[in-house]
Each structure stands twice: as structure tokens, then as C-alpha cells.
Design a protein around this ligand. Structure first.
Ligand code: 4AD
Ligand code: MG
Length: 462
């Protein structure tokens, strides 16, 4: 008999038929007449109840069926008399794939803390919480491709190994095959990278944007969706050393087009999760965040506020609020400031634009005022910055000047500048941190809990 996934067992029409299911035991309870097993196979948050009539099965047969063991059951699917489930399986055969010694299997029935589960990241996907989060994550990834593909964007694969620092923050992980104990050296004592693998210093990318711009100024509209790496020592609930980023880049787009796209994009993804991940979101709402679904619905309905950085700073300064980090024009906003604007002042998402050029990257289009650039950060409740983007500087001379001012080695940038030398066009783009989106949609509070195997300073286990 062909296996049926548990998610499909609950579809109407199967009652009365013989089914075959496979999965991991969540719980077993009962007495000497009847035993009940809750079985989960990861296809849904819901367990199927399996009823063992102990006239057909021996206690010895059932003994290895403990939490975490893996089994195969065939039997008849019937309507359930019990509360909390619509149907159950009356077991006819039982095959045990693998046992899970109750003395040592870490995921026993009782609720574990998220901190405990982080140490057991190899097994936590088998819990309700991580099953739900990972299914939502997968659905969101699909929604992202769907959104862009439906709008004629091309998926561009930008390199993970690169020699350029897009954000100019110097937070890159070096990639080398040199012998760290005894690297070749130049006469002045510095490392001779000409004999390194790539013939020059290389690192893991912090962003696919620069290559994304090459794609956009040829294909018109592209998006990337891949891992990015940041070697910053940030131990916060919103930073990872390895995270996934989505970066659309579009020719003939100005900052307003870019804001419209960002707003449509996030709303589309959130709606997709509401429409396709209902069971999982309801579970997460019940367990962690009573306002989860209404917050998601709110964001889909709301019109994002659009505000300049200068206006934002005025609001913060006049708020009468004592922030941990004082705010003044020219300072970078901290998450406490972003969240004040979103959660307390406006009570909806905010797109903040026109930041001082000193606190933003070299590639952003300069405004006529000479002080600000056409940047846009999308700020979200509970999260703070979820998207960062801008209109790009399309003028060769202005861009070159900025690169010089910031001491970015020009010899590494010639190919980027060529887009402005040959057929330059206005263009814009942004980056969405995928885990921050998953964080928002699942209502989880620590970014380590929305990626299967988090990489953070001091942690590369699993
Ligand atoms: O604001 P960022 O640094 O912008 C860029 O990298 C641009 N090149 C994007 C572009 O215009 N194409 O990063 C973009 C987003 C942030 O808004 C945030 O959501 C996420 O990436 N992000 C992180 N997420 C998790 N851990 C980190 N350490 C992150 N750093 C940034
Ligand atoms: Mg940013």
C-alpha cells in the first residue's frame, strides 16, 4: 500500500479507506485494552491518532513505541469519537523503523525552552514549534520567487566569493588557502596574496547588490535570493553571521518606484503566509504571540508611512522619550528609535528616506542638498529595519568622487563603474533580510529560532 502523508489524511474523502502512514511518535498513552499513539511526519502541525486494539497487538510489540521512535502503520481511517481530532487510524499492522531510548532521547513530551532547543538544533525540527517555523519559512521562500517571477523579474545568481565589500563596512569573512602559520610575504612583511587561491584577497559576500546592478542594467529587472555573510560581532536577537537576503534591482526605477515595490512585496509575502500556512500560524499564535495573526493582517491592510530621516529625527527628539542612545541629526538610528516610530508613534510600518550620506553606503544617489542620499529603510513592528535600499548613483563622476572620498580601492571597482560609463540609467533596488521576514511572520523573537542552523559569533555547531 502506498504511503499517505499525514497532511493528506485529513483531506475529505478518505474516511473508511485503508491507509499506510509513516512518521515519528509524539506520545503514547492508554491502558491494557487500548493504546493511543500521536504520530507526526512533518508534513503538517497536526498529528494523526492511531488506535491500537490490544487484542490484536501485544504489549511487547508496543513497548518500543516511545516518543521519538519511527514507525509504519497500516489500518483503516475512521471518524474519531475523541475530542480534538476528526479522524483516527485503527491499526492493523505495525512496523518499527527505529527506536528512541526514553532514557536518552532529548525531546521528551514536556515543553522545552527555546534556549534548550538551540543546543539540540539537530533534533529541534521534530518539535511542533520548529516544524511550524520551517514550513512557514519554506512557504515564504516560494512566495518570494512567485512574486518576482509573476512580475517578469529574472533570478540572478550572484557570487558568494567576492573581492569587493559592497557595504564598505569591512565585516567580511576572508576566504584563503594560504598557510595561516606561514603565509608567503612581500618584502615589506605583508602577506603576498598573489599566491593565494584567487591571486588576490577574497571574502564571502555581504550582499549581491553590485553584481545585481550588472544584471539589472542588462536584463531590466532581476532579483537575487541567496546566503550572505557578515563578520560583525553583533550578538543581538536580530543579527546572524550567515543570513539569506533577497535583493531586487531594477533599471529605470526611481526611489518612489522602489518604495512601491518594497511595500507590495512584503504585503504579498505576508498575505501568502496567511493564506497558505494557517495551521502553523494558529499554532504559533497560541503558543507564543496572541496578537500574531491580527498583526499580520494589519500590515497587509495598512498603508506604510513614508517619512524622511530628518522628519523622523524631529519626531524622536520631540517625543520626550529617554532613549538608551540619544538621537540627533547625523546619528544612525538604533532599533529602539525605529521601533518607537513604528510601534508607538505611527502604529504601522514606516519607510524612512533621505538619510545623511555619511551613515549610508557609497553607491546611493546623492540628493541636491549635498547632505543626504536617496536611501530607504523599511521599519517594521517588533523587528525594526527589515529592508534597506536606495536609488543608486547613476552619474559616473559623482560615484567616482564618492568612491575616492571613502578610500575604496578604485582598481577593485572598475567593472562597477563601467555600468555608469556605458549606457548608464536611473536604477534602484533593496535588500530584504529573509530571516527578519520569517521572524515577523512567525512571531518568534530570536532570529536564531527561524533558521535551521544559526551561525553567530562563537557558534558554528551542526
Ligand atoms: O541594510 P543592508 O546592509 O543593505 C544591503 O546589504 C544592501 N546592499 C541591500 C540592497 O540595497 N540591495 O542589509 C539589507 C537587509 C537589512 O535590512 C536586514 O533586514 C538584513 O538585510 N540584515 C541582516 N539580517 C540578519 N543578520 C544580519 N547580520 C543582517 N544584516 C542585515
Ligand atoms: Mg541597512
Amino acid at each position: 500500500m502506498k504511503r499517505t502523508k499525514i497532511v493528506d489524511i485529513f483531506a475529505p474523502g478518505l474516511i473508511g479507506s485503508d491507509v499506510s502512514v509513516m512518521g515519528w511518535v509524539r506520545t503514547r498513552r492508554g491502558n491494557k485494552h487500548v493504546q493511543f499513539v500521536a504520530l507526526n511526519d512533518g508534513s503538517t502541525i497536526r498529528n494523526i491518532q492511531i488506535v491500537f486494539d490490544m487484542q490484536r497487538f501485544s504489549e511487547d510489540q508496543l513497548r518500543p513505541v516511545t516518543t521519538g521512535s519511527s514507525i509504519h502503520v497500516t489500518g483503516k481511517l475512521v471518524e474519531s469519537m475523541g475530542k480534538g481530532q476528526t479522524c483516527e487510524i485503527q491499526a492493523e499492522t505495525l512496523e518499527i523503523f527505529g527506536t528512541a531510548d526514553p532514557e536518552i532521547y532529548p525531546l521528551q513530551k514536556k515543553g522545552h525552552t527555546l534556549e534548550f532547543l538551540r543546543e539540540k538544533a539537530h533534533l529541534r525540527p521534530r518539535t511542533n514549534t520548529f516544524g511550524a517555523v520551517l514550513r512557514v519559512r519554506s512557504a515564504l521562500a516560494f512566495a518570494i520567487h512567485k512574486f518576482f517571477q509573476e512580475r517578469g523579474f529574472f533570478y540572478l545568481h550572484t557570487p558568494l566569493i567576492t573581492a569587493s565589500d559592497c557595504e564598505g563596512a569591512g565585516a567580511m569573512f576572508q576566504v584563503t588557502t594560504l598557510d595561516l602559520n606561514n603565509p608567503p610575504r612581500l618584502e615589506d612583511g605583508s602577506v603576498d596574496y598573489s599566491s593565494d587561491f584567487f591571486g588576490k584577497p577574497a571574502a564571502l559576500t555581504v550582499s549581491g547588490q553590485l553584481e545585481g546592478e550588472l544584471g539589472a542594467t542588462a536584463l531590466g529587472a532581476i532579483y537575487t535570493f541567496g546566503p550572505t555573510f557578515r563578520a560583525e560581532n553583533s550578538n543581538t536577537p536580530r543579527h546572524l553571521s550567515e543570513f539569506w537576503m533577497i535583493e531586487p534591482e531594477i533599471a529605470f526605477y526611481d526611489i518612489t518606484d522602489n518604495m512601491d515595490l518594497a511595500e507590495d512585496f512584503i504585503k504579498y509575502c505576508v498575505s501568502y503566509a496567511l493564506d497558505n500556512c494557517r495551521d502553523d500560524l494558529e499554532f504559533l499564535q497560541q503558543m507564543y504571540d496572541p496578537e500574531l495573526i491580527s498583526r499580520l493582517e494589519e500590515v497587509v491592510k495598512s498603508e506604510f508611512v513614508r517619512l524622511t530621516y530628518t522628519e523622523g529625527v524631529e519626531i524622536l527628539k520631540n517625543s520626550g522619550r529617554k532613549f538608551e542612545f540619544p538621537v540627533d541629526w547625523g546619528t544612525d538610528l538604533q532599533s529602539e528609535h525605529e521601533r518607537y516610530l513604528v510601534e508607538e508613534h505611527f502604529k504601522r510600518p514606516v519607510i524612512l528616506t533621505d538619510y545623511p550620506k555619511e551613515i549610508k553606503a557609497f553607491y546611493m544617489k546623492q540628493n541636491e542638498d549635498g547632505r543626504t542620499v536617496r536611501a530607504m529603510d523599511v521599519l517594521f513592528p517588533k523587528i525594526g529595519e527589515i529592508i534597506g535600499g536606495s536609488e543608486r548613483e547613476a552619474d559616473y563622476d559623482k560615484l567616482q568622487q564618492r568612491i575616492e572620498q571613502l578610500n575604496i580601492p578604485m582598481k577593485d571597482m572598475w567593472w562597477y563603474l563601467d555600468t555608469r560609463r556605458f549606457g548608464t540609467v536611473p536604477h534602484s533596488g533593496f535588500g530584504l533580510g529573509f530571516e527578519r521576514l520569517v521572524l515577523f511572520v512567525t512571531g518568534m523573537t530570536n532570529i536564531r529560532d527561524v533558521i535551521p542552523f544559526p551561525r553567530t559569533p562563537g557558534n558554528a555547531e551542526f
